[in-house]
Design a protein around this ligand. Structure first.
Ligand SMILES: [Zn+2]
Length: 282
């Protein structure tokens, strides 16, 4: 294992270099995050100060904020200086991930495809890795300007670089998927499809019966409403037909979901409905 052409005779084996690179870049990453935030804050303060409508008091307050931020920026830059010098001495490979959708992995923040305002995530675990290792890990995320030698088959592979952001996104998606699966499993249908029936107080509208319990309650209420039809005649023939159709579908769906016969479900639902009608009779 020889040295890289860049290590300028500094006696250090590959493991020691890797260790130094990770430690240095981890600290630089922290500091450059602070530097980025300060620069963005200064830009926004300057915009406020140059606004036409600003009053003198506010202007003075923002100018003071800029002064303070500039001092902090100087401080951060001077903390970064010795670390930058260590890097300049060894010039190890680096990887930066742009933090937006479809963000790429770059070897330097000065890449021509990026901007001054591009938010970079340092990947110090890849500091002092070989370019091949980085490109292999980055796959389709590898920037072809930074890594022009990246082979086409590697660029077609998904990235294996794991970041906190990606983990959080994957966890959020898994949670959403689980909730969706739970919702589907609770539906009163065997295949998890939606069971849509008439909204009883407005039969032209539809509503979804999201659970078996909701389907049972709707069935009883629908049956009760159908008996009232003879007293008030406020429903049209069409509305009644729609409700009856819904009741049939509830029975069929529950029978299929529970794996029992339509007769069994019908007997059970009609018993519940009769009880409801009895209790609501004056
Ligand atoms: Zn690049």
């Amino acid at each position: 294992m020889g040295g890289t052409p860049h290590d300028k005779g500094v006696a250090m084996n590959a493991n020691e270099l890797k260790e130094l690179a990770i430690a240095t870049d981890t600290e630089l990453a922290r500091l450059s995050g602070i530097k980025f935030d300060l620069r963005m804050a200064i830009m926004s303060f300057r915009e406020t100060v140059s606004s036409r409508h600003i009053d003198e008091n506010t202007k003075a307050r923002y100018e003071a904020k800029i002064e303070k931020a500039l001092v902090a920026l100087d401080e951060v830059v001077s903390q970064m200086k010795p670390l930058n010098e260590i890097f300049a001495l060894h010039n190890w490979n680096r990887a930066f991930l742009v933090q937006n959708n479809n963000g790429h992995v770059h070897s330097k923040m000065e890449c021509s495809t990026c901007f001054d305002t591009t938010p970079f995530l340092w990947l110090p675990m890849y500091s002092a890795s070989t370019e091949t290792e980085i490109v292999e890990a980055a796959g389709e995320e590898a920037c072809t300007v930074c890594y022009p030698s990246a082979p086409a088959d590697v660029l077609n592979r998904p990235s294996t670089i794991v970041t906190a952001d990606k983990i959080a996104k994957a966890e959020a998606k898994a949670e959403r998927d689980a909730k969706k699966a739970e919702k589907i499993a609770k539906r009163p249908t065997a295949d998890g499809s939606e069971l849509i029936v008439a909204e009883l107080w407005m039969v032209r509208q539809n509503k979804e019966l999201k659970t078996e319990r909701a389907a049972e309650l709707w069935y009883s209420e629908a049956g009760e409403n159908l008996t009232k039809e003879y007293h008030t005649n406020k429903w049209g023939i069409e509305g009644c037909a729609k409700v009856r159709n819904g009741m049939d579908r509830v029975v069929n769906a529950l029978a299929e979901k529970r794996g029992v016969s339509v007769e069994i479900v019908l007997a059970d639902l009609n018993k519940k409905m009769a009880k409801r009608i009895k209790n609501n009779t004056y």
